[in-house]
Design a protein around this ligand. Structure first.
Ligand SMILES: Cc1cc2nc3c(=O)[nH]c(=O)nc-3n(C[C@H](O)[C@H](O)[C@H](O)COP(=O)(O)O)c2cc1C
Length: 284
């Protein structure tokens, strides 16, 4: 969580020094290798007061804990706590990631929206599986969520867009996300047209704008600790429990309640729609 403590950390004042020189020759005002590394060693993460996390008291399913952590991040002043990293992979398995906004998290999954023609949209069409990452530095907390992704219907996607701001509609109408742009002028023209259309037809749908829902198979909560005894709690969906009818009779080897759970297995619990979750602590 923090910088390399075996090397004395220079103060921020020394981070911008110009000694050391890079072979390629840095531009005036750019950091050279030495000062850049000094800057990195001077930076710290996960310091100061961090909230305790008693994994024993964690709920049997991840959604309420996620909602509580997001609310607490917002209340603690985390900047844009509803933004997350979305990782997808192409047909060859090569990963790519980017930041997107969380539109909702409910019993069906974690919701986000984008153009289905963008890189991530194309990758999701090829491999409908993704990971989401949240980091709330002010609380030293990280959450990652992984699972299969489904595209919502055009009607649901349009309804989701209507719930957002007029500016979001304009941006969605521009479209062509991730295509090569010939000039800024072309973009300005496209925005002008989109603005005019959004004013004329505020209920219009954006052709490629799509709502996606990631159904969680695994959700991991990380609470940073100033002494580095970080707490990691992983929820894994119990296989075969997507059908409410199967609750309680899928795996007799796992206790259905937390009573009797070992320290390795923090038990299982029923979520909405009969989904059961394994909870386990991980070494940090
Ligand atoms: C704070 C922030 C929020 C963003 N939210 C979204 C979003 O909700 N949907 C989206 O398509 N792009 C969003 N973007 C832009 C993406 O990060 C990305 O640049 C774009 O979607 C193209 O990604 P792709 O080429 O990998 O498909 C956001 C960027 C930032 C910095």
């Amino acid at each position: 969580m923090s910088g390399d403590e075996t090397t004395p950390a220079p103060g921020p004042g020394t981070a911008g020094s110009r000694t050391g020189g890079s072979p390629g020759g840095a531009h005036r005002g750019d950091d050279d290798d030495h000062s850049f590394r000094a800057l990195l060693r001077s930076l710290r993460a996960g310091m100061g007061e961090l909230p305790p996390f008693d994994a024993e008291q964690a709920p049997p399913e991840p959604l309420p804990l996620f909602r509580r952590w997001l609310r607490e991040a917002a209340e603690a002043g985390a900047p844009e706590p509803h933004t997350m990293t979305l990782a997808t992979a192409d047909a060859a398995g090569r990963p790519s990631l980017r930041t997107v906004m969380l539109h909702d998290a409910d019993g069906s999954g974690w919701h986000f929206a984008t153009h289905r023609t963008s890189r991530k949209g194309r990758e999701l069409a090829e491999r409908p599986w993704a990971s989401l990452g949240f980091y709330w530095a002010v609380l030293g907390r990280q959450v990652r969520v992984s699972g299969p992704v489904t595209a919502a219907s055009p009607e649901e996607s349009a309804a989701d867009l209507r719930r957002r701001s007029p500016a979001a509609l304009v941006a969605a109408l521009v479209g062509r996300q991730s295509e090569v742009l010939d000039s800024r002028r072309e973009l300005a023209d496209a925005f002008r047209e989109a603005r005019a259309r959004a004013e004329r037809e505020p209920e219009t749908a954006a052709a490629t704008w799509t709502l996606y829902v990631l159904e969680p198979e695994e959700v991991e909560f990380y609470q940073g600790d100033p002494d580095r005894q970080h707490v990691r709690l992983r929820y894994r969906r119990h296989p075969g429990t997507t059908d409410p009818d199967v609750t309680g009779r899928t795996d007799d080897t796992v206790p259905p309640t937390r009573s009797g759970a070992s320290t390795r297995d923090h038990g299982t619990g029923d979520g909405p729609a009969g989904i059961r979750w394994h909870r386990e602590l991980l070494w940090p």
